[in-house]
Design a protein around this ligand. Sequence first.
Ligand code: TXA
Ligand code: MG
Length: 345
Amino acid sequence: METKRIYIKDTEHVRDEELLEAAEIIRRGGLVAFPTETVYGLGGNALDEDAAKKIYAAKGRPSDNPLIAHVSCPEEVEPLVEYMPEAGKKLMEAFWPGPLTMIFPKSSRVPYGTTGGLETVAVRMPSDPVANRLIALAGVPIAAPSANTSGRPSPTTADHVWQDMNGRIDMIIDGGPVGIGVESTIVDVSGDVPTLLRPGAITMEMLRETVGRVEIDPAIQAPPSADLRPKAPGMKYRHYAPKAPVTVVRGDPAQTAAYIAQHIGEKTGVMCFDEYRDCFPGCVVECFGSENDLGTQAREVFDRLRAFDDTDVRQIWAQCPSDEGLGLAVANRIKKAAGFSVVEV
Ligand code: TXA
Ligand code: MG
């Protein structure tokens, strides 16, 4: 399959003519990768089971891992859900459009092919103008997982998407690098107490300020096991991982840098904060932002993890922020890339 690539220069003022062909592809049951404020998505018609099948095939993703339905306005949620929980309403008002996905009880209109067989559906309204306009023009909710091959780091540029999806989908819309860089926060509002299933730019602190009590799915902090099944099926798979094994070292940054420096072996990669760039002689060093700049860390983390795959490193050490604010999301992605292989110093 030939993959067409189009480029949107002024994403803030994208014109409808620029997106009509992409919208038509979605309506016809085809696949289009598009930018969102979090990561690039791989979109297809969320109400079309065959489109969902094509998405799973293009990503090489197990089909029990459900997709997020993206809408362009709050009114488009109603047909997708059985009812709107009170917490869902509040969170929608506070954080939509934006990097928040919510899990609702699904209506009969949403096919099981999209929800991986679940009775719930994940819904998100992105703020990115290209994403938002594309959904509106398509006239259907767009199912969109991150546009990476299953298991690889999520794509934050159209080039990442091209690396993984060229020849597998109909079109890639290039809207430049994304603003946030880690996927949306996922909150399950289908039960009694809202539960965080995946941390993101809408932080735990922000959620609690809006709805009070919020629980955390333990799978965010620990490896999946037989008695610890993540509620977001996607969290059980190895994820975000470069080809070489990653070990995370957590603690005070100066100490973690010292620990890593003492453990340099042959063909070693290090993903570190900018401040420690020069501490690892002979290593392939990828910096992902200053130790106190979580915004840059979120934007850079997937791109830096991908960069190791162009090298011959055999092992990778990674520094990691602590769990406050956006740090919880960045730390979660690094730990997942490491398969939860973590050293505390
Ligand atoms: O930022 C994002 O959310 C990006 C952009 C493209 O919007 N999308 C994204 O989709 O990250 P994906 O498919 O890579 O991750 C969706 C996660 C998966 O871990 C999946 O298991 C979980 O959401 N999920 C989807 N539907 C669910 C449901 N009904 N119940 C629990 N988890 C669900
Ligand atoms: Mg993903």
